[in-house]
Design a protein around this ligand. Structure first.
Ligand code: FAD
Length: 470
């Protein structure tokens, strides 16, 4: 069966686009963090929507599971196959054309395999902004961004990938093409199929194209680093900034003292804006469609008020683009500094913004009680209620020995998230990594509806099986 299945794939795509040697398949089978390497029958690289549909029909006939893959930068083992070797990886990388830009409608229609940075640059060339921005933007794809409903650094102002998409083109699990590329901001014509496929991590169908929203390009973006005594004061700062700056506030990132100490340790050449260490820091970004002067004025007034009201203890406002980039580098180097320091147990959680400080105050002592001396690497998009709440080993404890406690650490953190009405996955998705956690915390009613949708759209169960749902 397999030989003839692959022959039929070759007949459809041309032999060069069906990879089945171990060496050729290797980069598609290993996850971005290098924690897991799966096995596959082949990697298929279609060059058109019709070829994607044809491949899905072949897979359906032969009951071959399909793992859709964009840039393979996902962090929850969603884009790589399991160890059985019976699935194919279907790479969207060759579907990489910007199809059309409608400047008046402020939309751009793109192939799903377009790299995020390519889309940002195409928007900028029209003096527009496509605001999705994340550290993997040089290699992740729009199809992957939508399939994981990616967040990033501008969610506070523009929303996550779901809110940036007006229409989709999808190849269904039966190999049909749904032409849903509508550039409409209002469309109340029944069930919202677009929103079903967004965030589905390739378990319901394959996104092949999307209509994306564009925004006016800000004239200026200004950044400041604010020092504070506690997460409670960070919450107060957020409220103050939102009251004073409204939609101009585009970024609000929390970083603990420990995070910046890690960055200073591993990247000593990066800026150190304060001579004294502080408990917490917030990186603020303000954008203005008027002028740099307007943004600077707003930011200086708001930060000044925060200091006067005793919310902030110190602040450094960037006065040049280079200084702004330097401050952002502090934030962006936290994951790299963590990796350089060793392994840790990661959590990508969200909470109501109003509960963030209480959650940290509640959960950190529980972790210390259970794992004395463990180090909390806590940072994230506080403006969206999203924390990366990572737990590193106590000094002197080997990484591998600590990682044996992963299940117990997850239980402390995720139980607390659940108790505070939060989510165990804010932006990375579920994939295979958090599938069992999802089953533990979602209600039977919610899981039942999700299973019903999966069974209705993918009755043969060939679309990325084992991801999200067991
Ligand atoms: P892949 O990794 O290839 O796939 C991800 C999932 O989507 C898989 O389940 C896959 O099967 C499915 N999929 C991919 N393409 C399609 C398609 N066309 N149709 C159907 N299903 C598809 N995420 C955030 O939200 N915010 C961040 O700030 C952030 N920062 C990151 C920083 C780094 C350095 C890295 C490595 C990752 C980061 N991520 C972040 C994770 C993020 O989810 C991915 O980078 C990105 O959204 C996935 O895009 P991708 O093209 O690489 O998808």
């Amino acid at each position: 069966m397999n030989a003839s299945f692959l022959d039929r794939c070759r007949a459809l795509l041309g032999g060069a686009w069906v990879l089945d040697s171990e060496a050729d398949m290797a980069p598609y089978l290993r996850d971005w963090r290098g924690r897991f390497t799966g096995r596959a029958l082949a990697v298929l690289r279609p060059g058109s929507v019709e070829e994607v549909a044809g491949l899905v029909r072949l897979c359906a006939e032969a009951r071959v599971p399909i793992v859709p893959q964009g840039g393979n930068t996902g962090l929850v083992l969603g884009s790589v196959p399991d160890g059985q070797g019976s699935a194919v990886v279907l790479s969207l990388a060759r579907l990489n054309q910007i199809r059309v830009i409608d400047a008046l409608n402020r939309t751009m229609t793109v192939d799903a395999g377009c790299i995020l940075q390519q889309v940002q640059e195409a928007a900028a060339a029209q003096d527009c902004l496509f605001p999705l921005s994340l550290a993997a933007e040089g290699s992740c794809t729009i199809g992957g961004n939508l399939s994981t409903n990616a967040g990033g650094t501008a969610v506070l102002r523009y929303g996550n990938a779901r809110e940036l998409c007006l229409g989709l083109e999808v190849v269904t699990a039966q190999g049909e093409i749904w032409h849903g590329l509508r550039g409409l901001r209002k469309d109340n014509t029944g069930y919202d199929l677009r929103d079903l496929f967004i965030g589905a991590e390739g378990t319901l169908g394959i996104i092949t194209g999307a209509v994306l929203k564009l925004y006016p390009k800000p004239k200026a973006s200004i950044t400041a680093l604010v020092a504070l005594p506690s997460p409670t004061q960070a919450q107060r700062l957020l409220a103050l900034m939102q009251d004073r700056c409204g939609a101009s506030l585009t970024g609000f990132e929390l970083m603990s003292a420990y995070c910046l100490a890690l960055v200073a340790k591993h990247f000593p050449s990066l800026p150190r804006p304060f001579s004294e260490p502080h408990e917490q820091y917030v990186l603020l970004e303000l954008s203005s469609t008027e002028s740099a002067q307007h943004a600077v004025g707003l930011l200086e007034d708001a930060v000044g008020a925060a200091v006067n009201e005793g919310i902030a203890t110190d602040a450094a406002v960037a006065s040049t683009v280079a200084q702004s980039q330097g401050l952002w580098q502090l934030r962006e180097h936290i994951p790299l500094a963590q990796a350089a320091d060793g392994k840790n147990i990661k959590h990508d959680i969200s909470l109501p913004v109003s509960s963030i400080a209480a959650f940290i105050e509640h959960t950190e002592p529980l972790l210390q009680q259970a794992f004395p001396g463990c180090q909390l690497v806590c940072f994230g998009h506080l403006g969206d209620g999203n924390l990366h709440f990572n737990v590193a080993p106590p000094p002197g404890v080997a990484n591998e020995a600590f990682l044996l406690h992963q299940e117990a650490v997850n239980r402390v953190v995720h139980d607390a998230v659940h108790a505070f009405c939060g989510s165990i996955s804010a932006e990375h998705g579920i994939g295979a990594l958090k599938r069992d956690e999802l089953a533990r915390y979602k209600s039977p009613v919610e899981l039942g509806m999700m299973r019903a949708i999966k069974a209705a759209l993918d009755p043969l169960g060939i679309m990325n099986p084992g991801k999200i749902l067991g």
